[in-house]
Design a protein around this ligand. Structure first.
Ligand SMILES: *[C@@H]1O[C@H](CO)[C@@H](O)[C@H](O)[C@H]1NC(C)=O
Length: 259
């Protein structure tokens, strides 16, 4: 039973990667309802992504606070991309019923006041600032932000893939709205919030990806998150463990979508 579920979920991630790679763009839902939740992609196409993720949530009879995992990262930092696509996202697909994820795209960027606004410089250049901004706006605009960001970060062209990733996972979200956020005051305001959240870290971040667990960062938690976030989240969750925590699917992680 558990093995079955694992297989379905693994399949689901793989098919998401596969479809992403092909840049699937159909936005119609012509499947019977019983199959709407069979993959992230069909769930998005049928407009029920949130409900499908929540049905996992209900099945698990979650009774305790979810483990809060926050990632402070940069859109083009290779280590960040590796962690987000190879560890954080697959763990969340399996454990979304007992964990919450906060993404803060900013990292080692620098903020400069410019009149009433701010300008930004990023460690990996202008393109990275653009990637951070797209992801920041998307995080503010849809519940499907994490699959979209996973899709972008696992593509060879993080920024160029944004539009097809949005189409795939949030067909109702118009790219024009995302663009007007990116190019307007709202984007700057949201990025400023990322800057403040990053600067408020205690201890201050020394590198990216930088992980906090329930708001806390220690070297030990960081190391455990990097080597097996799945094991860490299962072990920290105080409620009855979901079935999936019984296994040790560790070796599967690193192979997702790595090219
Ligand atoms: C989006 O950003 C605005 C501020 O620009 C904020 O008021 C709102 O709560 C945010 N929404 C989400 C879902 O984060």
């Amino acid at each position: 039973m558990m093995k079955m579920e694992m297989k379905v979920l693994l399949l689901l991630v793989f098919s998401a990667c596969f479809l992403t790679a092909r840049g699937a763009s159909s936005s119609s839902c012509n499947l019977p309802p019983a199959r709407w939740c069979s993959s992230l992609e069909t769930a998005a196409r049928c407009g029920v992504l949130k409900q499908c993720l929540e049905s996992d949530f209900l099945r698990s009879r979650q009774t305790s606070e979810p483990v809060q995992v926050a990632l402070y990262y940069e859109s083009l930092c290779p280590g960040c991309r590796g962690f987000l696509t190879g560890m954080l996202f697959p763990t969340w697909v399996l454990l979304n019923q007992i964990m919450s994820v906060t993404l803060v795209p900013y990292g080692n960027a620098q903020e400069k006041p410019d009149g009433q606004k701010y300008t930004y410089e990023c460690q990996h250049g202008k393109q990275e600032c653009l990637g951070n901004m797209i992801e920041t706006c998307i995080l503010n605009m849809t519940d499907a932000a994490f699959p979209i960001i996973f899709c972008m970060e696992s593509s060879s062209d993080v920024i160029g893939s944004a539009e097809s990733c949005v189409k795939l996972y949030a067909p109702e979200l118009s790219m024009d709205k995302v663009m007007s956020c990116m190019n307007g005051d709202q984007g700057i305001q949201l990025m400023h919030q990322n800057a403040m959240a990053t600067r408020a870290l205690k201890p201050p971040h020394q590198y990216v990806p930088w992980v906090t667990i329930n708001g806390e960062h220690t070297e030990d938690l960081q190391d455990k998150a990097m080597s097996s976030l799945f094991t860490l989240v299962c072990s920290l969750y105080k409620g009855p463990k979901p079935e999936v925590c019984g296994g040790t699917p560790k070796q599967h992680y690193r192979s997702y979508c790595n090219q």
